[in-house]
Design a protein around this ligand. Structure first.
Ligand code: PEP
Ligand code: MG
Length: 588
């Protein structure tokens, strides 16, 4: 990362945009300029002829969209391709067709003018919306209108693109994105469009790097010149220097090697042999780790430890800095989700503020610190809310011990929302906010807590430390730090049953989730979501794929009766042997 920062500092031949689809490629730019539509708005002499040509244009546009829909299904699967099905439905909407025809008849104006007017009525509403999502949908409607008008004017979509080019354009429609991909396009750079645009979604589905919102790219980049696109961080380098080319070549090679190692398993779902799907998320400590999240086949970020920011930055980040970092992470991971954890300050972590506690692990840590330093907490909440505009952010509170702490946090979050509302600032008003279960008191009260929150994330690192009364970092008592102690398993069972009976989503984000031995236990306990460090995901996924959920449930029945960690570990070991599941012969 340091080297990258140096490159940015020492050069100016780059443009920063939104990292919309990950990947790096060096290639030739293809500047794509769309022909500007000239709309004829005069009167027509023959209305029947005008209606006929409108009908033909609808037919031709449906034919084209159907072709693109077929191509999209082939390349991206049914679900993602449904974007084009939706476009087709709008185009063939009888009410829309009828209203245009009626206006052609009554106003005797050129059909292209009427189409332009009718569509623009909708477009203006969408463009005026403050919701980025609505603005993005406007691009889709605009695409249908342009297609229809082009067909009324009997023009064809033309492009003289060469294979392996990086397309640079002011905007890209979903259809452009799909059509260009036939020429093996290696990247998309646009001046407009955001993360939720269908062009971005398609680029991600097709695994083509994309940087959107790269202002002035069509004027700064020359057609046919060499450019580097870095879809991980949202940069494009034009006329790159030798050292820039070398840096990205090495980086690309690194990514290729990692991907090769993970090949095969990454694209497969984590599903048990009897069909239970387990969602695997990544824990992220440092923002730069995000590249590993997208390349390891995880479903998003299940834990982002924000207190690490203080280490990373060497100072406490203010609201603006936090907003930028959280927004950037949320953008990079989109459409996957990120769960941002409130600062877990205190304990053995950053102790900037209360360095003199005798027992820091039992002191002013996590939510206790946040409630004592409310302004700092509010600053973080506002930053998280502002980063949630694309609806892919969740928020969670660490170190909860009592119900009243949860209620206080919920109230503060509500007040922060009201504050943003009063300033007209956008955020996701239905953002999910959950709590960490990592203090035994919270585990015991799980059923009541479940009624006050949106999800549980179990922090076994701390839960085990507090349950067993062993300092998690103290070697001398390390033997007592027992993940598989019956007390730990029974506590996990208790929490999961409380969550299940309250229909509350629950997950685990402690290191235990990455322990291959724990995987059948967690699945047997009903966990459907695990969050662990990205490097552990392929191994855990491989194990999930070789387990049967019903057998894991039976395993729990056996483990429940045991009274020591050793017996439990022996029984799990035997389970792996009986079911011929190897833990050693995994992908690494
Ligand atoms: C945990 O306690 O398990 C956890 C995930 O949080 P941390 O390790 O950051 O305390
Ligand atoms: Mg913890």
């Amino acid at each position: 990362m340091k080297e990258f920062e140096e490159i940015l500092k020492n050069s100016s031949n780059w443009i920063k945009g939104i990292p919309a689809s990950p990947g790096i490629f060096t290639g030739k730019a293809y500047i794509y300029t769309k022909e500007k539509l000239e709309i004829k708005h005069g009167e027509v002499n023959d209305v029947d002829e005008a209606i006929k040509s409108f009908k033909e244009a609808i037919q031709r546009s449906s034919y084209e969209l159907n072709k693109i829909f077929g191509l999209a299904r082939e390349k991206m699967g049914d679900q993602r391709a449904s974007i084009f099905e939706a476009q087709l439905m709008i185009l063939e909407d009888p009410q829309l067709i009828n209203s245009i025809e009626q206006r052609i008849i009554s106003e005797r104006r050129e059909p292209e003018f009427i189409v332009y007017e009718v569509f623009n009525k909708y477009l203006n509403v969408l463009y005026a919306s403050t919701e980025p999502y609505m603005k993005e949908r406007a691009l889709d409607i605009d695409d249908i209108m342009q297609r229809l008008i082009r067909n009324l004017q009997k023009k064809r979509w033309v492009s003289r693109i060469q294979n392996d080019a990086i397309v640079v354009s002011k905007t890209l429609t979903p259809a452009d994105t799909i059509l260009f991909s036939r020429n093996n396009v290696k990247g998309y750079i646009t001046e407009h469009g955001g993360l939720t645009s269908h062009a971005a979604i398609i680029a991600r589905s097709l695994d083509i790097p994309a940087v959107l919102g790269a202002i002035n790219s069509t004027s700064l980049i020359e057609d046919g010149s060499t450019i580097i696109i870095d879809g991980f961080h949202g940069y494009c380098f034009f006329n790159p220097s030798e050292s820039q080319l070398k840096y990205f070549k090495t980086k690309q090679e690194k990514i290729r090697l990692t991907q090769k190692k993970m090949e095969g398993i990454n694209s497969l779902p984590a599903v048990t042999t009897d069909g239970k799907e387990i969602k695997l998320f990544s824990n992220v400590d440092i923002s730069g780790e995000i590249e590993n999240v997208t390349s390891c086949g995880s479903e998003g970020i299940g834990l982002y430890r924000t207190e690490q920011l203080i280490e990373e930055l060497g100072e406490f980040p203010d609201e603006e800095v936090q907003e930028r970092i959280y927004s950037d992470l949320a953008a990079k991971i989109y459409p996957l989700n990120i769960t941002i954890r409130a600062f877990d300050l205190g304990g053995d972590k950053t102790r900037l503020f209360h360095p003199h506690e005798a027992n820091p692990f039992l002191g002013l840590r996590g939510v206790r610190f946040l409630l004592e330093n409310e302004e700092l907490f509010r600053m973080q909440i506002r930053a998280v809310l502002k980063a949630s505009v694309n609806k892919n952010v969740k928020f969670m509170i660490p170190m909860i011990s009592t119900i009243s702490e949860v209620k206080k946090c919920n109230l503060i979050i509500k007040e922060c929302m009201a504050e943003l509302d009063s300033k007209g600032i956008n955020y996701d008003s239905s953002i999910q906010t959950g709590i960490m279960i990592e203090v035994p008191a919270a585990a015991v009260m799980a059923s009541s807590l479940a009624k006050e929150t949106d999800f549980f994330s179990i922090g076994t690192n701390d839960l085990i430390q507090y349950l067993m009364a062993v300092d998690r970092g103290n070697d001398t008592v390390a033997l007592l730090y027992q993940e598989f102690n019956p007390a730990v398993l029974m506590t996990l069972k208790f929490i999961s049953e409380a969550a299940i009976s309250n229909k509350l989503p629950f997950s685990i984000c402690g290191e235990m989730a990455a322990d291959p031995m724990a995987v059948p236990v967690l699945i047997g306990l009903g966990f459907e979501s695990l969050s662990l460090s990205p490097s552990g995901i392929p191994v855990v996924k491989q194990i999930v794929r070789s387990l049967s959920y019903s057998k894991c449930v039976k395993l729990i029945k056996k483990l429940e009766k045991l009274e020591s960690e050793k017996e439990i570990l022996d029984t799990i070991e035997q389970f792996f042997i009986t079911h011929k599941i190897s833990r050693n012969n995994l992908i690494f």
